[in-house]
Design a protein around this ligand. Structure first.
Ligand code: ZN
Length: 304
């Protein structure tokens, strides 16, 4: 009897531990970042795209150390650091924010102690103000998350044996977008001025405009070569041809909506008419076709 009773106690204890672990696991699993893995894809010698959750990161690893572009979300910082270590790098010598959005700047605090953060003037101003792209109460960034070095037009890094030109393109995705040209490697990090294979999010609340975005993309196309590899803010590594297709989409969908507005159609009517299949297929991502039509409408209305 005594023996059985001990077994029963033991069994109950094990059951409780297992149940407890299960409950803890489901609690932890509530974080959307738990299952996120940071994966590196080689783009050129010493240059990689890092994917996880949020905007694609770029990293240059070489004799001068590490130059990191964007840092996704705070909970991923340790995994990002581990991925950089696997590529043979250490703490970044520089970190650059392509724009202020939280899926590109969320890890700033975790890198600040060892790494100067670079960004366009407007990125710092928006982080200080705590601007929220989808409205809601401002959430000012803590001081350690703010860029240390800001520029108004361009800044050039001489790093890992090449000239890295950082150029501000005004009023595209936001009012503080940087595009980074690795001139020796022939690689460009587009920030969110490019969403590959899907309609883009354009932050009209932060100085972005679809017309401005199209102008910026046209200007970038004039600067790159036929073999240039592009790291988009979202989507897979792309080519010049992909960017040309993206510009065509921006232009043609702008024209479609402008014509309907000129004909006196309301936003509801414009949404109802939709887009030709060729473009509608790009509405499978974060921005659905309705949302893209609304963005085009508001962008054209604001900048008429
Ligand atoms: Zn963005």
């Amino acid at each position: 009897m005594r023996r059985v009773s001990r077994q029963a106690v033991w069994f109950t204890a094990v059951t409780l531990v297992v149940l407890g672990a299960g409950a803890l696991h489901s609690y932890v699993a509530q974080s959307r970042f738990d299952e996120v893995k940071i994966e590196a894809e080689k783009v050129a010698d010493g240059i990689y795209m890092l994917k996880g959750a949020g905007g694609n990161m770029g990293v240059s690893v070489g004799e001068d150390g590490v130059f990191l572009i964007d840092d996704q979300y705070g909970p991923l910082s340790d995994r990002i650091k581990a991925a950089i270590k696997e590529l043979g790098g250490g703490a970044p010598a520089f970190l650059l924010n392509t724009h202020y959005h939280g899926d590109h700047t969320g890890g700033n605090s975790a890198f600040d102690a060892t790494t100067p953060i670079l960004a366009h003037d407007n990125v710092r101003a928006r982080l200080v103000a705590g601007h929220q792209p989808f409205g809601g109460d401002p959430k000012p960034a803590p001081p350690e998350a703010l860029p240390d070095l800001t520029y108004s037009d361009t800044i050039t890094l001489h790093f890992n044996g090449e000239k890295v030109e950082v150029v501000h393109y005004p009023n595209g995705h936001t009012d503080g977008d940087s595009v980074i040209f690795f001139t020796g490697s022939d690689v460009v990090h587009m920030g969110d001025d490019m969403f590959a294979g899907m309609f883009p999010f354009v932050d009209l609340s932060a100085g972005g405009s679809v017309q401005g975005l199209a102008r910026n993309v046209e200007s970038i196309l004039g600067r790159i070569g036929p073999e240039t590899k592009l790291i988009p803010g979202h989507g897979p590594v792309s080519t010049k041809k992909d960017l040309e297709g993206y510009l065509k989409m921006l232009r043609e969908t702008l024209t479609i909506v402008q014509k309907r507005m000129d004909a006196g159609q309301s936003l509801e009517q414009i949404k109802e008419a939709g887009l030709p299949e060729q473009w509608d297929a790009l509405g499978q991502g974060f921005i659905k076709t309705d949302r893209w039509l609304e963005t085009l409408y508001n962008s054209l209305k604001d900048n008429a």
